[in-house]
Design a binder for this molecule. Sequence first.
Ligand SMILES: Nc1ncnc2c1ncn2[C@@H]1O[C@H](COP(=O)(O)OP(=O)(O)OP(=O)(O)O)[C@@H](O)[C@H]1O
Ligand SMILES: Nc1nc2c(c(=O)[nH]1)N=C(CO)CN2
Length: 167
Amino acid sequence: MKVVLALGSNLGRRFQTLQGAIDSLFDAPGLRFVAVSPVYETDPVGGPEDQKPYLNAVVIAESKLTPETLLDRAQSVENAFGRVRTERWGPRTLDVDVIAAGDVVSDDPDLTLPHPRCHERAFVLVPWSNADPTAVVPGRGAVADLLAALDQSGVRLRQDLKLQGPD
Ligand SMILES: Nc1ncnc2c1ncn2[C@@H]1O[C@H](COP(=O)(O)OP(=O)(O)OP(=O)(O)O)[C@@H](O)[C@H]1O
Ligand SMILES: Nc1nc2c(c(=O)[nH]1)N=C(CO)CN2
């Protein structure tokens, strides 16, 4: 099934962290790279007032892994990049969220699918729609339609930064 992962970083060497995360995600078997979005510089949403801007991107893969295994992989990559969990929505070197796994819908708090806030986050939907213009949020509709209802002014394309597929 097709899986969609969202990456974010607002501390340290943000672009290098995103590229390193992509390489690590595909290091172990079970994920086949399909596409990566452009990189966007985004105003922080939620959390403390004084946070730095994020770099955000979305990566799409074809996977045979269960969604649980995929979340485990995402969390070990976060940990490998030194994410320190402190306050909710606070700054982080790396955040990897599972946005969607095929058309799976689940309200398990440990792994909610699609991601419970993705439909209201321009920092997820803008890169996702760029990587896959026909994308759909299972149960919520076309990403392009959801985006039309959102303020996208805090999401700016970084044309100078280009992520690559895994090596
Ligand atoms: N689709 C999902 N992707 C990633 N984590 C999820 C998902 N659904 C539930 N979770 C759970 O959410 C917990 C907290 O995740 P995390 O610390 O990344 O939140 P956050 O990035 O601060 O905020 P947000 O969830 O709003 O992006 C994780 O331990 C995980 O079990
Ligand atoms: N711009 C932006 N804001 C956020 C982000 C993010 O990746 N980008 N992630 C959050 C928690 O996952 C909270 N706020």
